[in-house]
Design a protein around this ligand. Sequence first.
Ligand code: PGA
Length: 369
Amino acid sequence: MKRRECIRTAVAGGMLLLALVLRLCGLLPLWGLFLVAAAALGTLWLALGYRVWHRLRGKAQQWFLFWNYALPVLAALPTLALVLDRAPRIDERLLVATLTGAVLAAIYYLIYPKPKNMRKKIVAGNWKMNTLPTEGIELARNVAAGRNEGCSCVNFIVCPPFTHLCGVIDALRGSDIEVGAQNCAAEEKGAYTGEVSAAMIAALGCRYVILGHSERRQYYGETSETLNRKMAQAFANDLQPIYCVGENLEEREAGRHFDVVKRQIEEVVYNLTPEQFARTTIAYEPVWAIGTGKTATADQAQEIHAHIRSILRKQFREAAEQTPILYGGSCKPSNAAELFAKEDVDGGLIGGAALKAEDFLAIGKGFEK
Ligand code: PGA
């Protein structure tokens, strides 16, 4: 139970107990006791109802609202009048309605178990501009060699520099480790010196591409407009984007982090079709935590990941429940388990720690703890 819920339950229970004592001492009329009991039961009714509502999807939610909230009022009150054979008082009405509601909500709560998190668990390594090709191939080989010890439930992805893609893909043949690129061009092909197209990356055998990384937004001026075109290129070539969002330190300190990620998602992810969205992974990377050794606490990560999922839910409804949302920013073996234990943290996008096969694989073990 969360702290807020514990406090609410303690207050409601305490009020009820106090009312009972006062009643037994003759200091509280019966209607007073009924009103206090109705308030406590009403709190329980709302709290349980809220939880069940979140476990349901689509039409089932609307039906639940009717059965759990309208029915007790519509059915219990006329029944009460019949039983009493007189018009019931307001306190009696409230007590019966809240009691029926709370009992119904408790039944629903037991009937509908919390849905299991079926989302993909992903540990993706972003090598950035590190390693020479031979070193990268060696690193990939070491990752593949140690991979068997880890749980097959975790999907490992490595994203080396463009120059290493061929060699790394070769080195990983026969293993279940996927390969992604760190970027792709916004254009299909043509006179764009120095650019690498999504088609070229896909032709090598890559399945993923990181887009919108804060370093690209910051140093290469990538905007939502560019990213929309890159996303389109990725999908046109059957690549799955890992779309990065995250606020910088100034935005976090000004309390604007929720708005920043909301805008980054609305301006790009909201433009996807449902089919494209189903192939998208989101990475939340607070810029102040990238390569700095400062990690967001597990609670901070959960708070914003849940916020991201709620933004996705607004546009894509229940499909948002399946979207992996990765955390990135100084994630390492020592903090992975705590971060991955959070409901909405489905893995990590790892920078520095992905450059050592041992550390990278140990991060994946964070899911097993
Ligand atoms: P870091 O980088 O793990 O080195 O902080 C993460 C990233 O930028 O993807």
